[in-house]
Design a protein around this ligand. Sequence first.
Ligand SMILES: *Cc1c(COP(=O)(O)O)cnc(C)c1O
Length: 394
Amino acid sequence: MSSDWINLEKKYYAQTVRRQPIVIIRGKGSTVWDVDGKEYLDFTAGWAVCNIGHNHPTIVEAIQEQSLQLIQTSNAYYTIPQLKLAEILIKNSCLDRIFLCHSGLEANEGAIKLARRYGMTKRDGAYEIITALNSFHGRSLTTMAATGQPHYQEKFKPLPSGFVHVEFNDLSAIMEATNDKTAAVFLEPIQGEGGVNIPSDDYLKNVQTWCRQHNILFMVDEVQTGMGRLGSLFGYQEFGLQPDVMTLAKGLGGGVPIGAFMSTNNAMSLTYGDHGSTFGGNPLTSAAAYAVTKHIINNDLAANARTMGNYLMNLLESLKSRFPFITEIRGRGLLIAIEFDDDISARVLEKTNDAGILLNAVKPNALRLMPALNITTEEITQGIERIEKALTQL
Ligand SMILES: *Cc1c(COP(=O)(O)O)cnc(C)c1O
């Protein structure tokens, strides 16, 4: 029974996350089942993680095979899966070097350390990093400090210093914030957690140009936008960019915990002893991530994300025309938000849960959709029917 497990969580687990009252026990593709046998279409995909769907044979087989060979050794030795993963990511991106870790915050922490070393060695001791308001970069002390949302930070002060927050999608704010201490600008190509905020077409390109002119690193947090979600393998490609540094996590392992920061040779200012990790790029997670990455590339799931994203956005637009409290549909690829004229997300989510579709209330007045990249038109059509049913019952 769901309620048994929900009570156990109340009793034992740190009460830091408000959960939906659903105990998920199994997943296949874009469908999950709860402990009571109810079926849901999963339009959250493990939080933009399960990009090839739940328990795809590609990832299941990679985990099975690698677990028979070697699960963990140490980065004191060479291991093959992490090198295969390094090679496929570098050959398919504009970056030259990679460091593997386990999560988004850890990838960003590494990128921030890299920027500090870059500033120290190549820009006269500069250390400041410019980030955007409404951004999200993680929950460690340093990545919280980088995150431009004060409500994450207030209870945990003092935070590490050296971050300057500016309005997203405003080049002049970055120009004004730049000074001799600036080492890097660090942005999500599209702000995910902040509400699926899409910048104007030339913003990121102009920021990149500004950074190049001032010998400042242009760094992108692609923890959510990377691995095909926006319609290209990496989100920066959607905007015609060539960042100096990129971070990945969420979709990289298709469900196993793995992250990465990547950089150009010029930007890679970390050297022996500067960074390390016991589990980073471990054989098991790397083998899974390599199989998932190869599958995304070989099946061009990024292109499918674009096609399915357009299909989904069109159907959502037609919902908007029928439900006047929907004020906006926005998104790119399969990262999409539905905005309402009032703070009704929580109430809508209760109804969508009942109707059998999992969504995320990204803001009090907005829902986020981030399904698997290999979702089908049938699953999308069915998902829209369930959302429509829920909206009718508000
Ligand atoms: C989720 C997310 C993070 C944090 O990743 P974790 O794995 O939860 O630490 C950082 N940046 C962005 C853009 C994210 O979406």
